[in-house]
Write a protein that binds this ligand. Structure first.
Ligand SMILES: Nc1nc2c(c(=O)[nH]1)N[C@H]1C(S)=C(S)[C@@H](COP(=O)(O)OP(=O)(O)OC[C@H]3O[C@@H](n4cnc5c(=O)[nH]c(N)nc54)[C@H](O)[C@@H]3O)O[C@H]1N2
Ligand SMILES: Nc1nc2c(c(=O)[nH]1)N[C@H]1C(S)=C(S)[C@@H](COP(=O)(O)OP(=O)(O)OC[C@H]3O[C@@H](n4cnc5c(=O)[nH]c(N)nc54)[C@H](O)[C@@H]3O)O[C@H]1N2
Ligand code: SF4
Ligand SMILES: [Mo]
Length: 728
């Protein structure tokens, strides 16, 4: 151990509970492996940072040429999430930096026109309007909607201001059902990054989870290694995904019937006694009520719902039992599919519990993290958290405010009245269903502040638009998540901000000053802030700037004495909490509604080179995939008389008509579904590359079921028919 990194008890970080006992024996943080030699051309220099093209946050090395232009981005060798490699989106990140359509200056709405203004004017205006809102309606009338690393600074500002309403589409439109289901069962969420030990699993089941198209880097790397080593894979998906191409079994399930399959597998494990008895006896409660509840669910019954051969269901069920704790049913991530999703993922959680893979190699690992200290600031003003309480009256286990609920509440003008929105890095018109309602709500606001890098459609409704510097131009907060090895990574500027853009930390602090909230910003600049946090880990900013990432050696991330933060202190196969709230304590299958004649179920997903709509205007990535296409089964295409490449429009069950999209005729999808990648169909000339290319799935999401337990909105409950003429 070098003197520089000497272990110091006084400043040593506190570690997560699971590993605290052994922490004292750990060595200090060490630099991650140094960067490889320069590439492409001589004279290139690299700066270490982490990616923001999606929210996985891989470590990157950003290469500049002699002119100081970013020409290449590679994976940081020692960063535990990238291991020297990136997904295609991360390598194309400079396309965001050099996007000619970026917002270049702060802008204020003046009647029907935009005026570009100085930061002083933009922030002065924003602070003044926020003070006025506070004086008239109270600070709680200002809601905050966010996504991304810089959001932490904005949320801090808003809490200091006295706001209590915070929301993000990444909850009710993404991973919310999964996290609530895992909390109910194991007392802990599945994590982000997920705590799945994919690399060491010997048998895996993916429900949806389309790794290879969903490009979360570390998972894809581990997946490739596992498959290379011979791990058997089952892909349950109405569509033959990239992952299905690597699978031993592809189960083209009838959409919306996964729960039936999961229940049948559970019953099989119990009937045949192949579940993990020692784990269940030691760590689970509710086995007998679970067994009783599963009585109806035979493979033959599951066949009638899912269309999957009962012999195949049995064969896979037996393999699950054979592999036991090294078999992994992936928890998924975007789990808001049908409006009863918490119960489906509860079944995923229970099935994993029956395999006994919690804390086990090849299952859900028991991660470590570095608990960096926070910069001390006064407590936030007390708030009623009124909207959280209201949300929980609708959905008792909503542990965040569902974004669509915030919207509907704002529009209705109900108490507590919400009059202003602060929006950071969220694309609300493309990422929450019922777009018309979102537009009506935007019209009703007294104040809309939008902080973004691109002139997305939403900016057109704003009172003030604040251009953020991209991730390659700014410092941000540190990243130290729970992972197999504990680590801390830095984001630092590679180039000076282009145009007149500024980082979130700067905006938050400047607004804080203007709002009289100096006490909450006891640092002059972000370097001082980062240095103070790093000091608690015995690190300096200079060291981290040089090394990018510091990792710590830790015991293997497995435990045979897992602890569960549930009411019983055990894994809850039968949920007394759900029962007390009037929900099924063991998931009960209800069949999905059927498509009307002549309609297809609309399914959505990801493409390897794009992140939502964040990248569709990125010239580097956009050239690789400029538009989305509509996957239509060959039989259905024949019936509808569709030719490959033909432009069509979709009309949904409510008569909403999409913009044109080209047909891809394929055997790789069931005939009762169509599929498209999310993020396309931009509708603003200001995003010159993406404008008008492809179609926005969100325009077609008007039939929404809401998960009764936690408030997620369904996407897969919309049906579309195909109009063969694309012309208006
Ligand atoms: N390249 C890329 N990667 C990404 C992202 C990105 O934008 N781009 N976004 C990231 C984020 S935030 C998330 S949440 C994840 C999302 O990625 P995942 O969590 O993997 O996505 P899902 O939307 O759950 O899964 C989509 C798949 O589910 C299938 N499917 C549809 N209906 C059903 C059904 O009823 N049953 C079953 N079993 N399958 C069904 C679809 O055919 C499709 O293959 O991806 C992450 N990774
Ligand atoms: N219809 C439909 N809705 C969905 C989904 C879907 O597939 N279909 N997916 C769901 C999922 S899985 C998720 S996680 C959510 C995500 O939904 P959101 O939380 O809205 O996230 P993004 O789409 O990533 O938001 C991107 C916005 O952030 C901006 N941005 C990019 N980088 C920066 C930056 O550094 N700073 C700032 N200030 N802004 C930046 C982009 O320009 C863009 O406008 O959407 C959900 N909603
Ligand atoms: S998975 Fe890809 S886009 Fe996401 S952080 Fe990693 S490199 Fe960037
Ligand atoms: Mo997501």
């Amino acid at each position: 151990m070098s003197a520089k990194h000497a272990f110091s008890r006084r400043t040593f970080l506190s570690l997560s509970a699971a590993v605290a006992a052994s922490a004292a024996a750990w060595p200090a943080l060490r630099p991650a492996r140094p960067v490889r030699g320069s590439i492409l051309e001589p004279g290139m220099t690299a700066t270490h940072s982490f990616c923001e093209i999606c929210f996985w946050k891989c470590g990157i090395d950003v290469w500049k040429n002699a002119e100081g232009r970013v020409v290449q981005i590679t994976g940081q060798a020692g960063h535990p999430l990238s291991n020297g490699r990136l997904c295609p989106r991360g390598t194309g990140g400079m396309g965001q930096l050099y996007d000619p359509d970026r917002i270049r200056q702060p802008m204020l709405r003046r009647g029907d026109t935009w005026q570009t203004v100085s930061w002083d004017e933009a922030l002065g205006f924003t602070a003044e309007r926020m003070q006025a809102l506070k004086a008239r309606h109270g600070a709680e009338s200002m809601a905050t909607i966010t996504h991304g690393t810089g959001a932490g600074f904005i949320r801090h500002l808003m809490q200091a201001y006295g706001a209590s309403t915070f929301s993000a589409p990444s909850y009710a439109q993404c991973r919310g059902p999964r996290d609530v289901a895992f909390e109910l069962t194991f007392g802990a969420g599945a994590g982000s990054p997920e705590i799945t030990d994919i690399e060491n699993a010997t048998f895996m089941v993916f429900l949806g989870t389309h790794l290879g198209e969903n490009m979360h880097n570390t998972q894809v790397q581990e997946f490739a290694r596992a498959v290379g080593r011979g791990t058997e894979l089952v892909v349950v998906d109405p569509r033959f995904s990239v992952a299905a191409g690597k699978a031993r079994y592809w189960l083209p399930i009838k959409p919306g019937t996964d729960l039936a399959l999961l229940l049948a597998w559970m019953r099989l494990l119990l009937d045949e006694g192949t579940y993990n008895k020692p784990f269940v006896e030691r760590h689970c409660v509710g086995l007998e009520p679970l067994r009783a509840a599963l009585t109806p669910y035979t493979p033959e019954w599951a066949y009638t719902q899912t269309g999957i051969d009962p012999a195949v269901i049995r064969e896979i069920g037996r393999k699950l039992g054979m592999h036991g704790p090294t078999a992994l049913i992936h928890p998924g991530r975007r789990t808001n599919w049908y409006g009863d999703d918490t119960q489906r993922v509860r079944a995923v959680a229970i099935l994993n519990a029956l395999l006994g893979n919690w804390g086990h190699r090849g299952g859900f690992f028991s991660g470590h993290r570095i608990n960096l200290g926070k910069v001390a600031t006064p407590p936030y003003p007390p708030t009623r958290k009124a909207l959280d309480a209201l949300a929980r009256r609708h959905w008792p286990l909503a542990d965040e405010i569902p974004t669509q609920f915030l919207r509907d509440h704002t529009l209705a003008g109900d108490d507590p009245a919400i009059k202003g929105w602060m929006v950071y890095g969220t694309d609300l018109l493309n990422n929450i269903p019922d777009k018309d309602k979102t537009i009506a709500t935007l019209k009703s606001l007294e104040l809309l502040v939008v902080i973004d890098v691109l002139p997305i459609e939403l900016t057109g409704w704003a009172d003030v638009v604040l251009p953020e510097a991209t991730y390659l131009e700014r410092y941000d907060d540190l990243h130290a998540p729970t992972w197999k090895v504990p680590y801390v990574a830095l984001r630092q500027p590679v180039v000076e901000p282009l145009y007149d853009s500024k980082p979130a930390w700067w905006m938050a602090r400047q607004l804080g000053r203007r709002l009289g909230l100096d006490a909450w910003f006891p640092w002059n600049d972000v370097e001082e802030y980062l240095q103070a946090r790093l000091r608690t880990a015995g690190l300096s900013l200079a060291e981290l700037r040089r090394d990018g990432t510091h990792v710590q050696q830790a015991p293997p991330p497995y435990t045979d004495a897992p602890r569960f933060n549930t009411p019983s202190g055990k894994v809850e196969l039968f949920s007394t909490r759900l029962k007390a709230l009037g929900f099924d304590p063991v998931p009960v299958f209800t069949p999905p509604s059927e498509a009307p004649p002549g309609f297809f179920r609309l399914l959505i997903g990801r493409a390897p080179v794009h992140s939502f709509g964040r990248t569709t205007n990125n010239r580097v990535l956009g050239e690789l995939m400029p538009e989305n296409v509509l996957w239509v089964n060959a039989i259905a295409a024949r019936e509808f008389g569709l030719a490959p490449g033909q432009a069509v429009r979709l009309v949904n069950q409510d008569g909403v008509r999409s913009r044109p999209i080209k047909v891809k005729v394929t055997e790789r999808i069931r005939p009762d579904c169509v599929y498209m990648v999310h993020g396309f169909g931009r509708d603003t000339e200001k995003m010159a590359f993406a404008n008008g290319r492809g179609t926005a799935d969100n325009d077609l999401l008007t039939r929404v079921h809401t998960d009764p337990i936690m408030g997620a909105t369904s996407t897969n409950t919309n049906f579309v028919t195909i109009e063969r003429k694309a012309s208006a």
